[in-house]
Design a binder for this molecule. Structure first.
Ligand code: PFF
Length: 452
């Protein structure tokens, strides 16, 4: 079997892992959830959950991955020596592979929308107005073509492997993403109306802060945003050197991810209020702020249209930003099944990539053909239920089934203070007791609702 890949450096890992974490969830999901859940109050709850729950859960995935140096199925299967634990671990790992594939299947459709909207201004500028309209009108034909294009891009990067695929492309794409994001923020904040949006985003309204739905949304958002609960971070952890200080890398990643989500809010929410200045309705009759596809594909394009000629370029930049964010995330999703199939069945990486990539693409096409019935169902199943549940299982494996000494050694490797570091001492019981308790408490109202 070929030698396992490894990231070339700390920066290589951070770019790849941030590429995975920073995606549509940050630039679209976070700002809109914030806007509809009490502005800065949601930001505070989210930040608390990101650092007190998602970060330690992320450490469970990274640590198991680095210690076991294997794909999610084999890694979880070998956490404990018992036979039952082996089968349970392998089953949870398979659930992770399935969930990563499900997420990719709907994410690729969304990413395809971003790509078609990126091309639209070019078509319109070139005088092909009919093509322009087709590019911005949702329908199975357009959706399937762009989902195929996006999936091919994802597969081409993943075929390249850890260094020449994931790391190389993440290192190129992430700085471009940050540059475009900052340039767009500066531009939008100079437009009329922007300050009203900034106020809504930054001034807290604490009235809904104890609402269980808000807590659940914030937890789901934190898991989705950090790519947790599917084995993505476990597999990326398996490519990190023993010499790296893992708790510090995890903390940097959490900071980058929350930082970019927060920064994206500075673009999206003010842009909505700029759109209002241009006469676009941004509130529903029930008084709720536009959040779903309406926001990205109706509200924001109206801002771009209102800007005249420059608007086309701003639109291209915005949808390029979204496409890049989606691509560096989708490659990390595909790596989960690809690493499993190629390692577990000893199949060449290229074949494993095209086989799994095509199977997932076939499922995406099925969703695109049955959009109204399937899309929401698959997205909710994977992100609201499966991700937190599998995340819970990762914490249980790390905290209860893994030999305590082995776990401590694994997390301490590469830490300058070794096993005497406070994080190394606290984390094993934290991930054993606090993380599962928090996840279960927050999932409880939903489970209760399902059965009532
Ligand atoms: N973190 C990505 C986002 O915020 O858009 C989504 C994601 C990527 C979820 C990778 C799960 C995953 F495995």
């Amino acid at each position: 079997m070929a030698a396992r890949g490894q990231f070339s450096s700390r920066l290589g890992f951070l770019m790849a892992a941030a590429g995975s974490a920073v995606g549509l969830g940050n630039i679209w999901g976070f700002p809109t959830q914030t806007a509809s859940n009490g502005g800065a109050a949601f930001v505070l709850v989210y930040l608390a959950l990101a650092f007190l729950l998602a970060y330690p859960a992320l450490m469970a995935e990274l640590t198991i991955g680095r210690a076991k140096r294997a794909n999610v199925v084999d890694a979880l299967g070998s956490v404990s020596t018992g036979k039952t634990a082996h089968y349970v671990g392998a089953t949870v790992g398979l659930a992770g592979v399935l969930t990563a594939s499900l997420i990719l299947s709907f994410y690729a459709i969304l990413a395809g929308w971003m790509m078609s909207h990126m091309i639209e201004p070019i078509a319109t500028l070139a005088g092909a107005t009919e093509t322009g309209t087709w590019l911005t009108t949702q329908g199975p034909g357009r959706d399937i073509i762009f989902t195929i294009l996006f999936s091919i891009l994802t597969m081409l990067i993943i075929v390249g492997g850890v260094r020449d695929g994931i790391e190389k492309w993440s290192t190129r794409l992430m700085p471009s993403l940050i540059t475009i994001l900052i340039a767009l923020i500066i531009y939008v904040l100079m437009q009329p109306g922007a300050m009203d949006g900034l106020k809504l985003y930054l001034v807290p309204d604490f009235s809904g802060i104890t609402n269980p739905d808000l807590l659940l949304s914030a937890m789901g958002q934190a898991f989705f945003s950090l790519s947790l609960g599917v084995g993505t971070m476990l597999i990326y952890g398996s490519y990190v050197s023993e010499k790296e200080n893992l708790p510090r890398l995890g903390a940097s990643l959490t900071l980058i991810d929350t930082g970019i989500a927060f920064t994206a809010g500075l673009l999206i929410i003010p842009a909505m209020f700029v759109a209002q200045e241009y006469g676009t309705t941004i509130y529903s009759e029930a008084g709720e702020l536009a959040a779903g596809p309406g926001l990205i594909f109706a509200v924001l394009p109206s801002v771009f249209d209102g800007m005249g000629a420059t608007g086309s370029f701003v639109a291209i930049a915005f949808f390029l930003l979204m496409s890049i964010a989606a691509l560096t995330s989708s490659i990390s999703m595909l790596e989960v099944p690809v690493s499993f199939v190629s390692e577990h069945f000893n199949i060449e990486r290229k074949i494993a990539t095209f086989a799994t990539g095509t199977a997932i693409l076939a499922f995406s096409i099925l969703i695109a053909l049955n959009f109204d019935t399937m899309f929401g169902f698959v997205a909710d199943l994977a992100t609201v239920y499966l991700e937190p549940l599998i995340g819970l299982a990762f914490c249980i494996f790390a905290g209860w089934l893994w030999n305590r000494n082995e776990a401590m050694k694994a997390i301490a490797a590469g830490h300058p203070d070794g096993e005497s570091a406070w994080f190394v001492k606290v984390w094993p019981w934290y991930v054993k007791v606090v993380c599962p308790a928090l996840i279960i408490t927050m999932l409880f109202p939903t489970v209760q609702k399902l059965f009532s």
